[in-house]
Design a protein around this ligand. Structure first.
Ligand SMILES: [Zn+2]
Length: 69
């Protein structure tokens, strides 16, 4: 067991993780608009749609990430 290894590995792992998540579908947002519709966006920044309801927005988000039940 070596503390040096832990200190040495952590920053590398952290940077790797951030770089890996950038441009990936790790988080989706469904934001209400003033006209009653909802704009849905993803952390990958390559997906943005307007949905008629919050539920539909969440469904589209799940479909986008491929995690539909
Ligand atoms: Zn995405």
């Amino acid at each position: 067991m070596s503390d040096d290894n832990v200190l040495y590995d952590s920053p590398t792992e952290f940077l790797h993780e951030v770089a890996e998540k950038s441009g990936h579908c790790v988080a989706q947002s469904v934001i209400p608009l003033e006209d009653g519709s909802y704009v849905c966006a993803c952390s990958c920044e390559r997906w943005e749609v307007v949905a008629p309801s919050r539920q539909e927005g969440l469904r589209l988000a799940r479909a986008h990430t491929g995690s539909a039940p």
